[in-house]
Design a protein around this ligand. Structure first.
Ligand SMILES: Cc1cc2nc3c(=O)[nH]c(=O)nc-3n(C[C@H](O)[C@H](O)[C@H](O)COP(=O)(O)O)c2cc1C
Length: 177
């Protein structure tokens, strides 16, 4: 069994977190990218028309005895569409996995348990862990951050240093190499 970190990121936060996590646990890091350039407008359109974008990965990079740690932002309360495209390609495989997101404030209409159930239904196995890290927790609370500050937040090397140990511990601490 090998641990692999697979991430999608639009503005770099989740890729930076995933890269640090992979480095710390000695895992391979694979990025989901798209052949076409993405814009915020495209995210909105896709959300309305529920389209799955084309991505660079096929699913062959994972085998059934791998342990996968996914990283992705949320868009409009749902996992970002490029990761969703990838998860759909993996639905026939039975591998262990966890999910981590650095996002503004995760607002799945039915909460975290429902999100876990959805992941479980898509991948035919419940996640080992789901960790949601909120950008607001990385910013000073007084005065409270504005929406612009939250949206424009980019994770720094200092943020990574403080976040990674708790993420690794929260994810179970031990990862097969
Ligand atoms: C179009 C759009 C929709 C978003 N919707 C959500 C959301 O529903 N919940 C949330 O917590 N964050 C939401 N965000 C914020 C991102 O999840 C957050 O900025 C994240 O840190 C970006 O990660 P990235 O740099 O890896 O792309 C949204 C961002 C964009 C651009």
């Amino acid at each position: 069994m090998k641990t692999k970190v697979i991430s999608y990121s639009f503005t770099g936060n989740n890729d930076a977190l995933a890269a640090g996590f992979a480095r710390e646990v000695g895992a391979e890091h694979i990025r989901i990218t798209e052949p076409k350039k993405r814009t915020a407008g495209k995210i909105l359109k896709e959300n309305i028309f529920k389209k799955d974008p084309k991505i660079n990965l096929s699913g062959d990079e994972i085998s059934e005895d791998d342990f996968i740690v996914f990283f992705s932002p949320f868009w409009f309360g749902k996992v970002a569409s490029p990761l969703r495209s990838y998860l759909k390609q993996l639905s026939g495989k039975a591998f262990k996995y966890g999910f981590i997101s650095l996002c503004v404030g995760f607002e799945h209409p039915d909460g975290l348990d429902q999100f876990k159930t959805e992941l479980g239904a898509m991948l035919r196995r419940e996640p080992e862990f789901v960790i949601i890290k909120k950008v607001a927790d990385l910013l000073p609370s007084d005065p409270p951050p504005t929406q612009t500050m939250l949206n424009d937040f980019r994770v720094s090397p200092e943020d990574l240093e403080s976040l990674l140990p708790s993420l690794i511990e929260g994810a179970g601490g031990k990862f097969p190499r």
